[in-house]
Design a binder for this molecule. Sequence first.
Ligand code: XMP
Length: 520
Amino acid sequence: PVLVVDYGAQYAQLIARRVREADVYSEIVPSTAPVADLLAKNPAAVILSGGPASVYAEGAPQVDPALFEAGIPVLGICYGFQAMAAALGGEVARTGVREYGGTPATLSGESVLLRDQPAEQNVWMSHGDSVAIAPDGFSVVASSPGAPVAAFEDTARSLYGVQWHPEVKHSTHGQDVLVNFLRDGARITPDWTTGNVIEEQIARIKAQIGDGRVICALSGGVDSAVAGALVQRAVGDQLTCVFVDHGLLRAGEAEQVEQDFVAATGVKLVVVDAVQRFADALDGVSDPEQKRKIIGREFIRVFEQAARDVVAQVAAEDPGAGHEVKFLVQGTLYPDVVESGGGTGAATIKSHHNVGGLPDDLAFELVEPLRALFKDEVRAVGLQLGLPEAMVYRQPFPGPGLAIRIVGAVTPERLEILRAADAIARAELTAAGLDRDIWQCPVVLLADVRSVGVQGDGRTYGHPIVLRPVSSEDAMTADWTRLPYDVLQKISTRITNEVPEVNRVVLDVTSKPPGTIEWE
Ligand code: XMP
């Protein structure tokens, strides 16, 4: 792999993704990992990421110079670039000129890293310190107003560095820098393609499961669908998928799982109709955390029972063959793996529920075919496996579903109102071609609020619907999306005309923070 050493900024994951976009497999490692551990992974190259520290600050992460003796190509970025300069005998100084954001860079001389690029280009900078003097053996190949040494390279030792952030799209030739490093600097063959990922995962799944039996809980979301489809490709009918219909999905989503997904994959599917059970459990509950806890708890109970039924059925079909159901598929993604390794003690804002949130004491061995993948890779795999596009590009949707988009107690009637309004909003956003510009657009029913309106000469006393369109990179922070007025108008007119219980449509113009994306 190409190892991306994480110096603690938010950029390491982005670098790893960009490397993969160049068809090269990458992994993230913490900056505390000793060089011996990095070398044990037999890396084709190492990239040192940016980070918030100053190289001379107390406790700032350093690079062990041994890394540069190992004969492995290294690219330092931002902090990684400075740490590299310091470790190799160059000089890093606080010049007093800080650069943040778009900055003009001027290239100079022959360069492998910057080959075939315009001599003047816009790059994305974020630094206080600068490299003042490059280490011996390095040639300086770019500069900027605040960074006399903005890029350097020692092609004999395959060591490269840039002060700016090539992984950020605002650096106009950023991806070219990474590609030049990987192809020409490190001579890596680009072979990380969707087709290869699928083949490799199928081989792994087969090796893990052998002739055992496996189950997978489908949520309607892309991760569990792609994970299930991959396992189906690998072991066919040894897999049983379980779909717990809790009645809290949006219009058409249960059918998408039960019909389209099954048709596309040939998966053996068990549908558990738990609509009434969830309705009973949620009856009269309006506290958001309580709703979340109830849904999480009920889901586990229903799924456990379904799993026991599958086990019993397999045993009945195949008595004494020893084909127990030992495995459970989970759609864990690479960012979850990286982040849970990070172990930051973030405060619990909401108790999240998703299909992955099954308790540890379920006696299954986990099969996690997406553990190495980023979300965009999961989508590419899904498309290649022939899953419906609507499923592959589905926007994030919370595990507790529409229950946490009804402010107030959940009832079947309220669910129907919200489903109708949500379907209209989704259809109009799709028709306007906005699906890929929006991270997600929760549609929320303020069920306990009523306001007076007038329609067809008569007084109405109905509920408001809130539109919550947001733009985001990762749902950790978000901004409200400036939707075109004509689209908003169309959604508003249609909802108030077509959903009788709703007489107002309002727009949520709050970023996150201070608001969260969902209302509950
Ligand atoms: P918030 O509302 O916390 O949401 O800003 C951040 C992202 O997470 C989604 N979300 C959930 N996803 N189970 C999930 O799988 C949950 O319980 C849950 N709650 C919120 C939300 O839609 C947004 O994308």
